[in-house]
Design a protein around this ligand. Sequence first.
Ligand SMILES: Cc1cc2nc3c(=O)[nH]c(=O)nc-3n(C[C@H](O)[C@H](O)[C@H](O)COP(=O)(O)O)c2cc1C
Length: 206
Amino acid sequence: MGSDAEMFPLVQTLIESRETVLPRCLVEPGPSPDQIESLLALAAAAPDHGKLTPWRFILVPTAQRHRLAEAFARALTDRDPQATPAQISQAGEKAYRAPLLMVAVACLGPRKPDTPPLERMVSMGAAIQNILLGAHAMGFAAGLTGGRAMNSPRMQRLLGLAEGEVPVCCINIGTATARRPRSAPRPLPSALLSELPDEASARAGA
Ligand SMILES: Cc1cc2nc3c(=O)[nH]c(=O)nc-3n(C[C@H](O)[C@H](O)[C@H](O)COP(=O)(O)O)c2cc1C
C-alpha cells in the first residue's frame, strides 16, 4: 500500500466523483457474486461502536422482485386509498429497476453493549457509504432509495424482520445509462464547521 500522501488524491477523486444515479438509469451488468462479496467486506470495515454489526443487507434477487413490487404498491394504497392505477404501477416498478437491489436494515433492538440507536445508524451509514464507494471504484453506478414504503408493516413482513430491525433504504447498483446534472453544489467545507466559543462569548451570546 502507498503512503498516506499518495493515497489521498486517489481517495479524494473517488469520493468526490461518486454521485447518485437513479435506479431507472441503472442497467445490466451489475456486480457479480464475487464483487458483491467484496462490497460486503467493505461494509464490514465500517466503524462500529461495541462491535454489534447493527445493520445487515437483504438481497432481493430478480426472481423475487415481484414480491417487493407488491409490497411497494400495497404500501402506497394502504396510506393513500385514492392512489391512481398509474401511481400504483409506478410504485411497483421501482422494485424492478436496478440489476442489484439490497435492502439495508438497521438492527436497533436491545443488545449488549447497548450502543445508542443513533450511533448504530452512524455505523450503518458508514457501511452503506463503503458499499457505494466500492461500487463506484468497480465502475458501477449506484443510488439509494428510501421513502414511506420503508416504514410499512408490509415491508417488515416481506423481509421477515425481527423485533427492533428497521428497513432504512434500498441500495441500487448497476451500470449507468444516464446521469442527472448536479442540481446543487456540495456544501463548502467552511459551512460544515463551527468552533466552540469561549465561555465569555458564550455567556454574552446567551
Ligand atoms: C437514506 C437515503 C435515502 C435516499 N433516498 C432517495 C430517494 O428515495 N430518492 C432519491 O432520488 N434519492 C435518494 N437518496 C439520495 C440523495 O438524494 C442523494 O444522495 C443526494 O441528492 C446527494 O446526491 P449525490 O449522492 O449525487 O451526492 C437517498 C439518500 C439517503 C442517504
